[in-house]
Design a protein. Structure first.
Ligand SMILES: [Zn+2]
Length: 72
């Protein structure tokens, strides 16, 4: 399930992330993960909401999402 819009999509179209302390990082294969769907990964407003909710570093989070969403 996408953490931003709560839509269920196949895992194929979801970006998988995990929390590392207070930062979001690409999923490393262990630990608690969460998903962001492709639509949300392309929607700056939704991403900003997440940043506020989790108090992420804005620039860092946008960079991460961009990297992961262009990856295939
Ligand atoms: Zn979504």
């Amino acid at each position: 399930m996408c953490i931003a819009c709560r839509n269920r999509e196949s895992q194929h179209t979801l970006i998988r992330l995990q929390l590392d302390g207070k930062r979001a990082v690409a999923y490393r294969g262990e630990g608690r993960s969460f998903y962001l769907c492709r639509d949300c990964s392309l929607d700056a407003k939704r991403i900003r909401k997440l940043i506020k909710r989790f108090k992420f570093n804005e620039e860092e989070f946008f960079t991460l999402i961009k990297e992961l969403s262009t990856d295939g």
